[in-house]
Design a protein around this ligand. Sequence first.
Ligand SMILES: [Zn+2]
Ligand SMILES: [Zn+2]
Ligand SMILES: [Zn+2]
Length: 341
Amino acid sequence: MRQFACDCGAAVYFENDFCINCGSALGYDPRRNDMVTLADWGNGVYHDLLGNGYRYCGNGEEFGVCNWLRPSDDASHFCVACQFNRTIPDQSRSENQQRWQVLERAKKRLFYTLGQLNLPLINGWQDPQRGLLLDFIEDARSSDEYPETFVSTGYLGGVVTINVLEADDAARVAAREELHERYRTVLGHLRHESGHYYWALLNPDADMLWEFRELFGDERDDYRGALDRHYHEGPPADWRERYISAYASAHPSEDWAECWGHYLHIYDALETAWAHKLLGVQPPVMTMAERLGAWSRISLMLNELNRSVGRGDAYPFVINELVAEKLEFIEAAIHRLRALN
Ligand SMILES: [Zn+2]
Ligand SMILES: [Zn+2]
Ligand SMILES: [Zn+2]
């Protein structure tokens, strides 16, 4: 993530909707890829220094969960990122307001990085064949309104489903412990699930598919059976030599999505490091090997900083040689996906 500044000169952050220094309204303009300082023109219309007219996204105006802007004359009620929502958490239940905020913030970070990578961003309303939609869904664990359902976070046919409870710290930590995971975050889920979507969009040619199967395995292997086996028997003892995480060993498609998620983690974290002058070059001009070299240094520093303040490792993963090759493959896939723009 880059660093942003208010027109008054104060540093502001991606999630801000006002400047604590000068009190101006702020929002993120995805077309300019920048935070914009706003003056209020009344009736929900704002303008910047250049006189461009803006409105906040409808989800910001109505629910306070989005600080992205849309042009004041835009036909859509929502910002470009909220146009991907299909199901939102039931706002009549007060605990869901905070949870939706958490989900939206993570979603915006995902979209920001997808934009930095110049990946196609097509919503499923625009293009039901190739587009993406998001469902933030509850089940019996959070409300007895849904006694029969048990909703897992996942991806199917152009739709990413996130269980709203993932935005609840206590519930997410309980799930992490139960599944013996070392890392579980909403942003991590979203990045992982976006990997399934982009795999479906990629439509690899025969050479690329061959290379995929050499590295990750055969994605046509029985998926349900593989996941059942993973949850009953656990990962193979030597998973650390071949995978980025235990879950990645469950099935080639999960390995791809895990690596995709890590590609985005690394890319965004290195951009943050560059923005804060811990790194001299920006990730887009680095090769994958250079990024991995820098990330090995910076992630160690990040973990040590975390331990210095009594926290666990921020990035509890080791990138072995085979995972590095998988990340190179993802880099090539991203180049191919860009051509679809
Ligand atoms: Zn300011
Ligand atoms: Zn929005
Ligand atoms: Zn997955």
